[in-house]
Design a binder for this molecule. Structure first.
Ligand SMILES: [Zn+2]
Length: 156
């Protein structure tokens, strides 16, 4: 017997896919282990990044390969049935991701996307995370460039 309504079920699905997935826990643990402290699903940053290292403006998303349509990944393939439902729905997710990343970048955040299927190899993942958290913030390097540029103008 189907006691859960359709809306309720999709609500459950949404919750399950967006919080505390195993890959998410793995990434959190690694970032913590690297000595960085973070906020989870931080509402003050565009798109509520899964992990937000606020002091350094680094945003990390852990994306489910299906929900976010991981390119060239077998989990990112469109389902064969109910394509008229899934097609637009998943396309909307991807459009939203692009929008969120652009917004974050514009407000000075660096963005890293970890795909669920990539959260398996902890060593590779740790190296990637380390590179990301240690890389200079793009907003800072840009403003430094601007400062240097305006400084040189003053000299002339
Ligand atoms: Zn994948």
């Amino acid at each position: 017997m189907d006691t859960i309504s359709r809306e309720r079920r999709s609500e459950n699905m949404r919750r399950i896919r967006s919080r505390d997935t195993i890959p998410e826990l793995i990434v959190r643990k690694l970032v913590w282990g690297l000595g960085y402290r973070y906020r989870l699903h931080w509402k003050k940053a565009p798109g509520k990044p899964d992990i937000a290292i606020t002091t350094q403006r680094k945003a990390i998303f852990i994306h489910g390969c299906f929900w976010h349509q991981h390119d060239k990944c077998r989990h990112g393939r469109l389902p064969k049935s109910h394509l008229d439902y899934w097609g637009p729905k998943l396309a909307r997710n991807q459009a939203r991701d692009r929008e969120v990343h652009a917004l974050l970048f514009k407000s000075g955040w660096d963005v890293l996307v970890i795909w669920e299927c990539e959260a398996i190899n902890a060593i590779t993942l740790e190296q990637r995370l380390l590179r990301f958290v240690r890389s200079p913030q793009h907003s800072r390097t840009e403003s430094a460039k601007r400062r240097r540029a305006s400084g040189s103008r003053r000299l002339r």
